[in-house]
Design a protein. Structure first.
Length: 347
């Protein structure tokens, strides 16, 4: 944890522990699941992110029409589902919290402009300051400035005196030119908006929003929700479909049932081959970050373990080609959003 955020996270832990106890019995009656939520809270606390969850929860309590769409493996946390700030039930989709490794919180606000939440966040605490972050990206032709919707949460009394702040174009928040310069010292969050879907009806077909997804759907022919989740996932990966499993599907060596589309698919495959959970998690994280082609000695160690547990050569080769693979939780969140009638504008 960043020491400068300890007070904020201590406060959040005290508050959310009470709210967890109040909300948990509405959905579950299991000591084991309650312990899971407590463990997830500890992980968020250790990452200094718990106070952000506290404010998302409080804002939702005050604004019942607001919904959140989380990006990343934070969707795997049962705690957020219990607190009613996530609509992804990790138990329903087999999302282990041990795969959670997000370094920040990346959330879209649904049903209202994100600026309202930012104003709320900026006004709620005298213990931190919200700063808008730009970054500069150079390409061959010119230097362009991109707004990434990232924000620094600067704890009062710890701010670097050399940090140059100025008011941005919206005159809402002070701005720094490159938030990435401070990512190892201060907390960063990403706040954006999720647009209303314009459609005549709510149905599974509306889950696919671009030609790539629709083309793969034509090949794989999804029927149930888990099929749609796999297709939504695979289109976000790098060397997961193209240059990898597209050929195997065409040759009918794999299909939707055993296709590797998410980090969870990798983990489940390894666990099904009796690899111990800690090692399976380690291998999954290694593969998901595209390290197989970069750290060959380590990859060869993992290959040896997989072969000892009778993992098929075809799947080991699939794993070796992956450069980035999506988390199932975010794909579930995307699909549920597309199926939510409250987020549609009926024409």
């Amino acid at each position: 944890m960043f020491n400068s955020y300890k007070y904020l996270n201590d406060q959040a832990k005290n508050y959310l522990t009470k709210e967890l106890k109040k909300n948990f019995s509405k959905k579950f009656d299991s000591k084991e699941l309650f312990k899971r939520c407590e463990e997830e809270m500890n992980i968020l606390y250790d990452k200094s992110l718990l106070f952000i969850v506290e404010h998302l929860y409080k804002y939702k309590e005050e604004n019942q029409d607001v919904k959140y769409h989380f990006r990343g493996t934070i969707n795997n946390l049962l705690l957020l589902y219990v607190l009613d700030i996530s609509y992804v039930n990790p138990l329903e989709y087999n999302l282990p919290y041990e795969l959670y490794n997000d370094k920040t919180i990346n959330v879209d606000i649904i049903n209202e402009p994100s600026v309202l939440f930012l104003q709320y966040l900026d006004s709620q605490s005298t213990n931190f300051k919200l700063v808008h972050g730009f970054f500069v990206k150079e390409d061959i032709a010119e230097v362009n400035k991109f707004l990434e919707n990232h924000y620094l949460l600067l704890p009062r009394g710890y701010v670097d005196s050399k940090m140059l702040l100025r008011f941005g174009d919206l005159d809402l928040l002070e701005t720094i030119n490159d938030y990435r310069d401070y990512k190892d010292k201060y907390m960063i969050i990403r706040i954006d908006e999720k647009a209303i879907i314009r459609s005549n009806k709510v149905c599974l077909d509306n889950i696919f929003t671009n030609d790539f997804e629709k083309d793969i759907a034509q090949i794989l022919k999804p029927k149930v929700m888990n099929d749609y989740v796999k297709i939504k996932s695979i289109t976000h990966g790098v060397n997961v479909w193209k240059y990898n499993q597209d050929k195997l599907v065409k040759e009918k060596k794999i299909d939707l049932n055993n296709l590797i589309a998410t980090r969870e698919d990798i983990l489940e495959y390894l666990l099904n081959h009796k690899i111990k959970k800690d090692m399976a998690l380690e291998i999954t994280n290694f593969i998901s970050k595209g390290k197989a082609s970069k750290l060959l000695n380590k990859w060869n160690e993992y290959v040896k373990i997989m072969k000892e547990h009778n993992c098929e050569d075809m799947f080991i080769e699939i794993f070796s080609k992956i450069l980035f693979i999506f988390g199932r939780g975010q794909a579930v969140s995307e699909c549920l959003y597309s199926l939510d009638k409250d987020n549609y504008m009926i024409l």
